[in-house]
Write a protein that binds this ligand. Structure first.
Ligand SMILES: Nc1ncnc2c1ncn2[C@@H]1O[C@H](COP(=O)(O)OP(=O)(O)OP(=O)(O)O)[C@@H](O)[C@H]1O
Length: 226
């Protein structure tokens, strides 16, 4: 099967110049195809988060080229980049950055309010649907500050889905969960790949989690091992 490339990185190099020149990413090239569930592993300091930051379009200072959904992202002006990000990518982080005083429903709705493509009613309906999908409907009106770690991660996943992205990127999304909740998150991700035709790229230290993804990209000293 010749699936299209959803993420393509070619010859990515990145330097940090603080305090001296540190060559953190070295000729990183790889493809992630439509519908793949890929994990990125590697020792602490190998460059995983730095790479994810570039792939998520938030860091634009690098050498090489990045393509998302066959479109060249490298060199796009900031406004276009932000439109691409909003349209294509949902993020799930270890620390979910929920707004503690907002309800669960409002936290999930927030990215759609920002994008302002739909009415408040449509957004509410879509957010309600996502809570159902993630089996957290009961939490809709609870404040984020009142829910558990596993529940927070589900809210963060629902929020990442609200603008119907084609790609979900995660930085240690199961990092602070116990193994039962980590298993649940994995099962949710797995279902999403099938049900919503998503592509997933997840940085993780969790070998069990990674072993159950379709493919592991391993990083060492800023390089992708092949
Ligand atoms: N802003 C920065 N300035 C200078 N060096 C940095 C900066 N950000 C990261 N680094 C360095 O770049 C290297 C890669 O960092 P990165 O966070 O990408 O690693 P990682 O593989 O995600 O690590 P971890 O698994 O511990 O999160 C590290 O040595 C880090 O100290």
């Amino acid at each position: 099967m010749n699936k299209k490339s959803v993420i393509r990185a070619t010859g990515i190099n990145k330097h940090f110049y603080t305090p001296t020149d540190y060559h953190v990413l070295r000729d990183v090239s790889f493809d992630v195809h439509a519908g793949e569930f890929v994990s990125i592993m590697g020792k602490s300091g190998s460059g995983k988060s730095t790479l994810l930051y570039i792939l998520s379009t938030m860091d634009t200072v690098y050498e090489g080229e990045l393509f998302l959904d066959d479109r060249k992202i490298t060199g796009l002006p900031a406004a276009e980049l932000s439109a691409v990000r909003n349209e294509h990518i949902g993020f799930v982080f270890q620390f979910h950055y929920l707004l503690e005083e907002f309800t669960v429903l409002d936290n999930v709705s927030l990215p759609a309010w920002k994008l302002a493509r739909k009415s408040r009613e449509e957004i509410r309906a879509a957010a309600t649907e996502l809570l159902k999908l993630l089996d957290i409907s009961k939490l809709a009106d609870k404040r984020a500050s009142r829910i558990s770690g596993g529940e927070r991660q589900r809210v963060a996943i629902a929020r990442a889905l609200i603008n119907s992205p084609t790609i979900i990127m995660g930085d240690e999304p199961t990092g602070n969960l116990d193994s039962k909740n980590a298993d649940n998150v994995l099962a949710i991700f797995r279902d999403l790949v099938t049900a919503r035709d998503l592509t997933l790229l997840i940085v993780t230290h969790d070998q069990d989690f990674a072993d159950r993804t379709d493919r592991i990209i391993t990083m060492e000293d800023g390089r992708v091992l092949v």
